[in-house]
Design a protein around this ligand. Structure first.
Ligand code: ATR
Length: 275
């Protein structure tokens, strides 16, 4: 049997085994998928052992996505731009290839929710790994502008500089400090900060959005997230959490491994019921 896994630390509450085993059942694939905790100082050794055995592919989550990037012989362009890998693939010659499906997962979930991205004004909040991973797939949707903002603005400026080099210059991608956003009126705001984990919300001027702005929080909880609650308090009608992104990034990994695209909607409904 082909073996797959998700590596993280901690990993106990991962939903990935449920999602991938549902995909396998649905597409009649015989495979095993487990959540495996790698020691904080032993990610490379743990994954090397997995792939030396019957491991065919793996997902990687916090805090190992940057280390996963380092162990790959080859990575996709989107993983290269993200500087992080969430999907490891064992090639036929035994080499480990890396990809990053987080950004396409976000984009697909937004499109599934009928959120228009082409021609839209999009604000991305945060400049850590979660934000970095979604920039290229968002730019690929041809927004009118993608503005990135962060509590520490230098980090956002650095990300923009990294994306805009001699090979590619995204004129519609720029950084703006949080306190200078009020003159904007965004169609979509995506929260990629970890502020919600401590119950906080980025310090955003309330006049950078209107009731038709779609607010998307990349995290999910069993109740509304602090950012989405803040958005509703400002009168926003559409808020979306990151559960659909989780399922969509998994579906993209699954199809890279197995060559078949699973149906995500039934799995998302089942998962929502389990929260
Ligand atoms: P991740 O990999 O989840 O992106 P990270 O690399 O630690 O985690 O980045 C966390 C992001 O959340 C950063 O953009 C951080 O802002 P700073 O760069 O200023 O630290 C942001 N963040 C965390 N707590 C926040 C808070 N209370 N308010 C606003 N932004 C916050």
């Amino acid at each position: 049997m082909d073996h797959y896994a998700v590596f993280g630390n901690p990993i106990g509450h991962s939903r990935s085994p449920f999602i991938h085993l549902q995909f396998a059942k649905q597409t009649q694939q015989t495979l095993d998928y487990q959540a495996l905790e790698a020691p904080l100082d032993g990610f490379a050794a743990t994954t090397a052992e997995f792939f030396a055995g019957s491991g065919k592919g793996a997902n990687v989550t916090v805090p190992f996505k940057e280390q996963a990037f380092e162990i790959c012989v080859k990575v996709s362009e989107r993983a290269q731009k993200a500087g992080a890998v969430n999907t490891l693939i064992k090639a036929d010659n035994g080499d480990i290839h890396g990809d990053n499906t987080d950004g396409i997962g976000l984009v697909r979930d937004l499109l599934n929710n009928n959120v228009k991205l082409a021609g839209s004004n999009i604000l991305l909040l945060g400049a850590g790994g979660a934000a970095r991973g979604v920039i290229l797939p968002l730019l690929d949707q041809n927004p009118a502008q993608l503005v990135i903002s962060n509590r520490t603005i230098e980090k956002a400026e650095h990300l923009v500089d990294n994306f805009n080099n001699k090979d590619s210059n995204h004129k519609n991608f720029s950084a703006t400090p949080l306190n200078a956003l009020q003159k904007h009126d965004f169609d979509v705001i995506i929260n990629a900060t970890s502020a919600g984990l401590s119950g906080h919300v980025p310090d955003l001027p309330s006049d950078c959005l209107n009731r038709d702005t779609v607010c998307y929080d990349m995290v999910y909880l069993n109740s509304i997230t602090p950012f989405n609650q803040w958005a509703k308090d400002q009168g926003v009608t559409t808020t979306i959490d990151g559960l659909g992104m989780l399922v969509e990034q998994a579906a993209e990994s699954f199809s890279l491994w197995r060559g078949v695209k699973p149906d995500t909607s039934a799995v998302l409904t089942a998962l929502r019921g389990m929260l």
